[in-house]
Each structure stands twice: as structure tokens, then as C-alpha cells.
Write a protein that binds this ligand. Sequence first.
Ligand SMILES: N[C@@H](CCC(=O)N[C@@H](CS)C(=O)NCC(=O)O)C(=O)O
Length: 224
Amino acid sequence: MSSLQLISHHLCPYVQRAAIILSEKNIPYKRTYIDLANKPEWFSDISPLGKVPLLISDEAVLFESQVIADYLDEVTPNSLYPSSPLQKARHRAWITFASDTLNVIGGFYSAPTETEFKEKTKQLRAKFTKVEQEVSGPYFDGKSFQLIDGVWATVFRYFDAFDQIADFGILTDLEKIQSWRALVSKRASVVTATPNGYSQRLTTFLKDRNSYLSGLMKSSSPLN
Ligand SMILES: N[C@@H](CCC(=O)N[C@@H](CS)C(=O)NCC(=O)O)C(=O)O
């Protein structure tokens, strides 16, 4: 494989998705961070959607994290999908559900009012309740770590920050999810998918949203 560069942002869960598979497959690459609030011109020139991640090789520029992940899975041995086409399709379906859950998480931390915040909390609870029924344990689909586990790890990571603020009851009593979350959070590829200082950056990002959640963070912080 030619030399690879992953165009990244410090907090982006979709960048983490690509970084996890690069690490699982032991593929060397260089990470380049950009400021999404002030996108460099070279990035806008090569990014059709204006979004990270991009995977740049000598041959092509790939965009969309799941396209990147699937490509890397296809060109390397030991696929991180099940071999049955039906089960593979099922994994892909629940990966799409993870991306949709990330959108609702964005709505949760950005909700301007208590009413909208509560509505997003309810939507998240409903989503995780559905996923709970699909998890076989200890991983999503049995005893081995697959691509889908890395994707959901990037969703669960937000709860490390949310749990510091309050218990919003989103994952309460969802026991399979709780143990799956704990297991994937220790995986080396998941741990190294975020840069140094990630937790502090995420806390600052959440606090600066000017949202209902930011208000809760400020009122509960001794240094507000
Ligand atoms: N569907 C895309 C989503 C990527 C995405 O939303 N990236 C965000 C950062 S996490 C981004 O680059 N946003 C910049 C923008 O929309 O201007 C993927 O899976 O790669």
C-alpha cells in the first residue's frame, strides 16, 4: 500500500472510526489535523464534502469514514466483518444506526432549551434500548472485536464526558451495552484513536456550546 495520510480533527468520531481500523490492521499512516472552523484552502480543494476524515494515498483521495473503513478492510487480510453476507449486511446496518446515534448525540449536547434537551435524551434512550436487543456479548456479535465494535466505541466515548456532568439515565439498566462499552473502551486501537488531551478538549467544546448542557456544566463546576 502506498503511503497514507489521514486528514483529521481532534474531536471527530468519524476520524476515530478510520484511525481504529488503520490501527487494527497495523497499517502505517500519518495523521494531519486541521481546524474545521478555518479550513485550509488545500483541504477545501480536495474534500468534496468539506468534511474529515480524508484518506490520501498516492493514487486517490477517499472521503466518508465508512467507505475508508470498508476499503481498508477489503485490501488487508483478516476481515473485521463476519463472512456471511447476511451477517455482514446486518453489521453495516447497525453501523449506519451508530452514525445516526452520533447525530442525535450532537443534538443532545447542542440543544438550546430544556425541552429540546429532554427530547434528545428520550431519543437516545430509545436508540440504545434498540441496540441492547441486538448485542450478543461480550462484543456486538460474540467473542471477537469487529469493525462494528470500533464504530460503537466512538459513540460510547461521549458518555465518558456526559457521565462527569450527571446521570442522564440514557444507558441505565442496559447491561449488555454497559459491559460492551467497558470492554471496547480498553481496546488499544480505540484508546489510541484520539490524540493526547482529547478529554479536556471535549469538555471545553461541550462547555462552549452555549447549550442547555453547557449551562448544566457551568452550574455544576466549582470553577465556573
Ligand atoms: N458522513 C461523514 C461525516 C463526517 C463529518 O461529519 N465530519 C465532521 C467532523 S466530525 C466535519 O468534517 N464537519 C465539517 C463541516 O461539516 O463543515 C463520514 O462518515 O465521514
